[in-house]
Design a protein around this ligand. Sequence first.
Ligand code: SF4
Ligand code: SF4
Length: 279
Amino acid sequence: MTNSLFGPLHDVAEEAGYADPPERAGFFTDTSVCIGCKACEVACKEWNAIPEDGYALTGMSYDNTGALGASTWRHVAFIEQSAPREVDQGDGASRWLMASDVCKHCTHAACLDVCPTGALFRTEFATVVVQQDICNGCAYCVSACPYGVIDRREDDGRAWKCTMCYDRLGDGMEPACAKACPTDSIQYGPLDELRERARERLGDLHDQGVTEARLYGEDENDGVGGDGAFFLLLDEPETYGLPPDPVVTTRDLPAMWKWAGGAAAALAGCVAVSFLGRR
Ligand code: SF4
Ligand code: SF4
């Protein structure tokens, strides 16, 4: 492999050292059928024993969790906006966009690249998991994540995020959020199959005149090499609080180390010349 920090990388688990890994697992979240019931958030909390977030609404929407964080590994956004042409029946209607966000389990995961203790690791399913007993709370991963997903918990200082229910996958079960979703907005399975299904669904929506529909995170040529968790959106990514063009923050490390090495060599040369010049 010529470059493991950036670009398409189909055999992610093999690249991480697994000799004969299972098919890459992923999430396809089809926001066009989400009803905002938050069953996914609740199932995630229950299965993973995550602390509750309280019941106070943010005041901006019907939302008590606000964003992904150490105690919110699935977050359902509620976005109210004017209905676009194909939805508006001529009465100036508004619509709700609902979307269940999650860790993207990136092909090139900056959180994993920068972790100094090995607490973050790539699983045989090509997902990204934190081992809490090894995390030292340095938070390098928090600033490295291009999506703002991973977060330190205030009370214990360690970093937490979605594991794609690693403990369930090993037993052949689907993640708790996908199991609980009543509309199949969250689908779990082999990533290639999900991508195929998502493209078909996108084609159907376009045929129905929903021209704003788009896929987000499924492209292996994007700035993170494609996401293990990708989405069908009904508007621009920014509308949902997603970065339009995410790039793995460790992409330029080789070039940076090359420049740093060159600068160090030049400095050493100057010191040597000045030392020899004094003799
Ligand atoms: S979305 Fe952030 S936390 Fe999740 S794998 Fe990618 S870099 Fe890591
Ligand atoms: S469980 Fe499914 S339908 Fe309900 S909020 Fe989550 S993604 Fe949407």
